[in-house]
Design a protein around this ligand. Structure first.
Ligand SMILES: [Zn+2]
Length: 239
């Protein structure tokens, strides 16, 4: 675990890349569905559509960056197992210190983030200021030399670059201003793995919900229930 140089609220942690194997295997079945659609990869349209029976594809606005998330519990379990595997990498204790949790760090969603280009930087924050959430991003496989890294801004307004490395995850929270580094078109898809994690207290959900709910149709709330199968939001939550 190391804080990212001069960054606001972001750190990195290293883990055994063998943990990625089940997700790499799942991706092998999805990759041809994307590679076979050059018009999709070119971007220019907002997308929110099933990729197959197990995964949903959502674009980042009209940009050619695709968030591919599980549509039901079975593929979701692959991401959960990966998150559990990172416990050995010291991720949970670190997040536990940074977050206001009742019992444990909650997993909200899991994604493959895929694309083969980005023409212009898209500067953004992943969460509203003060939100009790973090985004973990790590390469699913070794990136190609022409793939973009991550650019971020320091409090002094300087732009720095983080290079994605296999077996290392970057974990970023609210107030971390960043963008994918523009690159490509590349001959190879750039595939990252992402988890959204955060507090297990429902009182923090209203600030997290706008960001978590726009990326995926199947996700979990801080209480651990799946979206659409949870009545905690309408109940008077005691903590
Ligand atoms: Zn609930």
């Amino acid at each position: 675990m190391a804080w990212l140089p001069a960054a606001v609220n972001a750190f990195t942690c290293r883990f055994d890349p063998a943990l990625l194997a089940p997700l790499q295997q799942a991706w092998a079945g999805l990759a041809p569905l994307l590679s076979g659609q050059p018009e999709l990869l070119a971007g220019g349209f907002y997308r929110n559509q099933p990729l197959n029976a197990d995964f949903q594809l959502v674009s980042y606005d009209t940009d050619p960056l695709f968030w591919i998330s599980p549509r039901h519990a079975q593929p979701f379990a692959l991401f959960e197992a990966f998150g559990d595997g990172l416990q050995g990498a010291g991720l949970q204790p670190q997040l536990r210190q940074l977050l206001d949790c009742r019992k444990k760090v909650a997993l909200y969603g899991g994604f493959f983030v895929a694309g083969d280009r980005l023409e212009e930087a898209i500067w953004h924050h992943d969460y509203r200021p003060g939100a009790q959430g973090y985004t973990l991003i790590t390469p699913l496989t070794k990136l190609a030399p022409d793939h973009g890294g991550l650019c971020y801004q320091t409090p002094g307004g300087q732009t720095l670059r983080y290079a994605y490395t296999l077996g290392e995850a970057i974990v970023l929270g609210a107030d971390f201003l960043h963008s994918t580094e523009p690159y490509g078109p590349s001959a190879e898809l750039r595939v990252l793995l992402s988890l959204t994690l955060g507090s297990d207290k429902m009182k923090h959900w209203p600030l997290l919900k706008p960001n978590i709910a726009e990326q995926a149709s199947f996700f979990r709330l801080p209480c651990g229930h799946v979206a659409g199968q949870c009545r905690c939001e309408t109940r008077r939550w005691p903590f």
